[in-house]
Design a protein around this ligand. Structure first.
Ligand code: ADP
Ligand code: ADP
Ligand code: ZN
Length: 213
């Protein structure tokens, strides 16, 4: 099963993608996580990506597409995957579609997690991310057992630089201009599914499981 998660920054794509990955035993692939791992390790890709991420802009397609295509070609992706944060532009979606076409393959579902802009700033300012394993929490909605400490690995939780309100506004603009057109793109291919992302995360997950079976 090959799944794409669509939705604004902070809509809950990552939260849901992790649950999907676990239930259906497929890898969760987040381009944001891949970039952050590269930044942490000081790679050239990381240093280049950071410039765009800090400004709330998209990393250029040339850089993004290559790392994603390499990742989905790995052995553990044979039975499918859930993509979180890719594609984010029409050209990215086209490259993925063509690459899969060549293998006689396709995406099965594009799930749009719908959350209005008004809710997003609150979601992002309350998001806390683990510096080590990438797990995410929310100070009010999905708190860790101990404040500031990751449940899964015990590392420190931080507010991402790009989750500060000024940057979030840029990211929302970028989302509406460059990423939202993908909803129409996948609707035309008859694989678009919409879920209400404003309800409790366990309720969102139930709606997704009802779609995936
Ligand atoms: P969020 O969890 O808010 O959706 P991500 O962790 O997915 O954010 O992405 C963080 C940043 O990484 C984005 O704002 C963007 O700069 C960069 N990024 C991630 N995925 C892509 C992509 N597919 N294309 C371009 N840039 C990306
Ligand atoms: P995305 O990957 O789309 O950027 P995340 O999954 O990281 O979004 O979620 C953004 C923030 O909102 C996180 O702090 C997360 O814990 C929280 N969150 C996720 N789903 C819900 C929900 N259904 N209700 C309230 N908060 C949520
Ligand atoms: Zn952790």
């Amino acid at each position: 099963m090959k799944i794409i998660m669509l939705g604004a920054p902070g809509a809950g794509k990552g939260t849901q993608a992790k649950m999907i990955a676990e239930k259906y035993s497929i890898p969760h692939i987040s381009t944001g996580d891949i970039f952050r791992a590269n930044i942490k390790n000081g790679t050239e890709l990381g240093m280049e990506a950071k410039k765009y991420m800090d400004a709330g802009q998209l990393v250029p397609d040339e850089l993004t597409v290559k790392i994603l295509l390499d990742r989905v070609a790995a052995d553990d992706c044979k039975n499918g995957y859930v993509l979180d944060g890719f594609p984010r532009t029409i050209p990215q979606a086209e490259v993925l579609e063509n690459a899969l076409n060549e293998l006689g393959d396709k995406i099965d579902y594009a799930i749009d997690v719908d959350v209005p802009d008004e809710n997003i700033i609150n979601r992002m300012s309350g998001r806390r991310a683990c510096v080590t394993c990438g797990a995410t929490y929310h100070v009010v909605h999905i708190p860790p057992k101990t404040e500031g400490v990751c449940d899964k690995c015990g590392s420190e939780l931080i507010l991402r630089d790009d989750d500060k309100p000024e940057t979030v506004k840029n990211r929302l603009d970028v989302y509406h201009k460059q990423t939202q057109p993908l909803i129409d793109f996948y609707n035309k291919r008859e694989i678009l599914k919409e879920v209400d992302g404003t309800v409790d995360s366990s309720e969102v997950f139930k709606a997704i499981v009802a779609i995936l079976g």
